[in-house]
Design a protein around this ligand. Structure first.
Ligand code: SD4
Length: 339
């Protein structure tokens, strides 16, 4: 068995060698990173704007849980983002169905799946966590709960997403596109192109050294009605353990669920893996189990540990993540990948 010391060394080397432009990430596992220094990281290019909203809370010594909820509200409400929340691409029946979950520093968690008509599923997930004895509500039950809680019903299918869906119906092929997330977030390009999937996963460490995470998505575009991905599933799309760190995922959710991906990443960090090495190993499990499938899909993991060290890894090139801390509020990092 490889010792913890050895893992630390591997993490350090990997961190030092992975560069994006002149930035390094997967920072070394020494003790130089200050705890008590807030940081927020999130998936894809649109994570920059989401992090900025979260940062307003973190920089004022706010709680990580409030930061992640507020942060992911940005893409959820963004009409120019056809992969999360309002404006998200629908399922194959033309219905926008949303998946989201949230987890705090005490191990509390809440989740909604296949929720329709509500702009901010992450906030419904938080209410599930805080106001019910349950972890997860789905479909009509989730909507009923949201309305009881005062959320307003809204048609989430925007004209551009409806147009894209009608175009898709001409061939009706379910063929998830690799790295569509960043293409879907293209204010200049809207409306009309066909895209398949997207998600924001966010992890934050606050000034008190506590961590929370959130994950929210409209899921894979043109999925079967009723399909639920990894994003609202605690342990798959998101996991936070305040002793160790947190992880989140993006990409084809079925493969993440099969491997309980985010939980795996956190458990690997518990064993001494650095965040980037833990993400890499989780990706490798997917690849080793289904090498032929893995060639054609994207899955990316993102992790943050309690020291504020972070890392990511993906099957395919093109996964990006945004990092915001005291030094730089707009870092965008290209993740290393297997291919
Ligand atoms: C899902 N994991 O529904 C989500 C989709 C996603 O980038 O993350 N796309 O399977």
């Amino acid at each position: 068995m490889i010792s913890r010391r050895k893992f630390l060394a591997v993490g350090s080397l990997a961190g030092a060698s992975v560069l994006s432009g002149n930035k390094s990430f997967g920072k070394t596992m020494d003790d130089s990173v200050l705890t008590g220094s807030p940081i927020v990281i999130s998936t894809w290019d649109f994570g920059i704007a989401a992090n900025a909203a979260a940062w307003q809370i973190l920089k004022n010594n706010g709680r990580a849980l409030d930061a992640v909820e507020t942060g992911v509200h940005v893409p959820e409400a963004d009409l120019n983002n056809q992969s999360v929340g309002y404006g998200g691409l629908p399922d194959r029946d033309g219905r926008v169905t949303l998946d989201a979950c949230i987890m705090d520093e005490f191990g509390n968690c809440g989740s909604v799946a296949a929720l329709e008509h509500i702009i901010h599923p992450i906030s419904v997930a938080r209410r599930v966590m805080e106001k019910t004895p349950h972890v997860m509500l789905v479909g009509a039950g989730a909507l009923q709960f949201a309305l009881e809680q005062g959320f307003k019903k809204k048609n989430l299918l925007t004209p551009s997403s409806e147009k894209a869906w009608k175009e898709w119906l001409k061939t009706a092929k379910y063929n998830p596109e690799i790295n569509v997330e960043n293409r879907l977030f293209s204010p200049a390009k809207l409306p009309g192109n066909q895209y398949n999937h997207d998600t924001i996963g966010m992890l934050a460490l606050d000034a008190s050294g506590n961590m929370s995470g959130a994950c929210t998505t409209s899921g894979m575009a043109y999925k079967m009605h009723g399909r639920v991905g990894d994003s609202p599933i605690i342990g798959a799309g998101l996991y936070v353990d305040n002793e160790i760190g947190g992880a989140t995922s993006t990409g084809v959710g079925e493969e993440v669920i099969r491997n309980v991906g985010s939980f795996l990443v956190v458990e690997l960090m518990r064993q001494g893996y650095s965040p980037d090495e833990a993400c890499k190993e989780a990706v490798m499990r997917i690849i080793r189990k289904k090498p032929e499938t893995a060639k054609q899909i994207q899955v990316g993991f993102l992790a943050l540990n309690k020291k504020g060290q972070f890392g990511g890894y993906a099957i395919q090139k093109g996964f990006s993540f945004a990092v915001c801390d005291n030094n730089d509020q707009k870092q965008l990092i290209k993740s290393p990948s297997y291919y």
